[in-house]
Ligand binder design. Sequence first.
Ligand code: PLP
Length: 397
Amino acid sequence: MAGRNFLFVPGPTNVPDRILRAMSVASEDHRSPEFPTLTRACLEGLKPVFKTVSGHPLLFPSSGTGCWEAALTNCLDPGAKVLIARFGQFSHLWADMARRLGFEVELIETPWGEGAPVERHLACLSADKQHHIKAVLVCQNETATGVSSDVSAIRKALDAAKHPALLFVDAVSALASIDFRMDEWQVDVCVSGSQKGLMLPAGLGITCVSQKALAAAKSAKSRRCYFDYGDMVTTNASGYFPYTPSIPMLYGLRESLKMLAEEGLQNVLNRHTYLAGGVRAAVLDGWKLKLCATEPKWYSDTVSAVMVTEGTNGADIISRAFKRYNLALGAGLARMSGRLFRIGHLGDCNELMLMGALAGCEMAMVDCGMKIAPGSGITAAADYWRRNAPKQAASAK
Ligand code: PLP
């Protein structure tokens, strides 16, 4: 099909040309004396993105899922108990992985469309007088339902219960797009990946580990080898990796970090909030549809999961959008299959790119028989962006 594919799944996200160019490099020796410069630029450059001074960013040749596994197997003893609220496919998968790896999983079942319930965490942690729970796992942004959770409130619940459990946070679809604070929230392991807010292809598992987690990893007896934090920290100290890294991905990451620093992390986060506001205006005010996120406090600034009306299959809209308009939208996963479609609004994105996506959604919905007033979504989004324009853009004549 002529023209660009409009990629609006919530990851992988669009890779800026600048990053693609930076990744276009000849192979080189990953044990050369110059290589540590690249390693250090990546690891040091990640620290402000994680908002950490004392944490250790680590890069694994994996996706986010590998970092989930690394967090569990490095920091916990076999059979250790973890606490996790399940409210979407990704929190489900992390819980399921923990169970399959032999850990004991205490689940806080939560309706899909809500986020991590702070009071219920507090109750579970307060009831655990013997401190059997060794880690609390939180999915900061549940990509399947477009729901964000308040990680700082979970930290406060741990503190209020005087509970020593480690805090693991999945920020796969939050890092560099929704505020994340490793040090302030005393997160022990943050799990992320390259293909979302960092605007890279998938292929780097990007994680950050606190001193407390590194200390736990020294004594934890779960088996791991390829994902061993100790091996990684030791080799990174001299600027190398324990095995062959993906060199183009490292060049891409260095460029991505430069771009984030040039825009300013706070501006990047503000841009995500602002763009998400326009998308929500299209969904709620324009199309008069519902989001899967049931209350504004759960709204995600990186992905909106749009509920389709009774009698429509969300999969038909996604298929129509793709085949007819060259627009890729995210599918409803697991129990949300057919009930929604997802618009990713993270990474390298602006109003007009989103206008294309919103227009494509409208056309696909109308084609599939949904009663959407053509133009209602893009009008509502434009209105929102006009009213909330960042100062510099607002003053432009
Ligand atoms: N966690 C969340 C919140 C995700 O959105 C995803 C993927 O989309 C994952 C974990 C799994 O990450 P990956 O696909 O990079 O392994």
